[in-house]
Design a protein around this ligand. Structure first.
Ligand SMILES: [Zn+2]
Length: 102
């Protein structure tokens, strides 16, 4: 979707995804960290139950998987939040002619 600049009437306007970009980045990091920490505990407990040999591997693998899953979940949640930010709070369009945000 595009329109014209309310300041200089130029047709050279682009859509900005500031909120989406910020939300996605923040969500990925937050989700990765929380996934890693929560799964490390669960993974270590499960690993201890399986045995001494499988323990460290199980805990490590579980933590990595948890971090990846958490990061993906966080990224999706962040993108959703960012989309709302884009639509409701932030300036969505930028004029390439006069650099106005609107
Ligand atoms: Zn303009």
């Amino acid at each position: 979707m595009s329109g014209s600049c309310p300041r200089c009437s130029s047709q050279r306007v682009v859509y900005c995804h500031y909120g989406k970009r910020i939300g996605g980045a923040v969500g990925t990091v937050a989700g990765g960290v929380s996934g890693f920490t929560t799964t490390t505990v669960a993974g270590a407990a499960a690993g201890a139950r399986v045995g001494i040999a499988a323990g460290p591997t199980g805990a490590g693998g579980g933590a990595v998987l948890g971090a990846i899953t958490g990061a993906l979940t966080g990224c999706v949640a962040g993108l959703r939040l960012g989309k709302v930010l884009d639509e409701q709070l932030l300036s969505r369009f930028r004029c390439l002619a006069c650099r106005a945000h609107f």
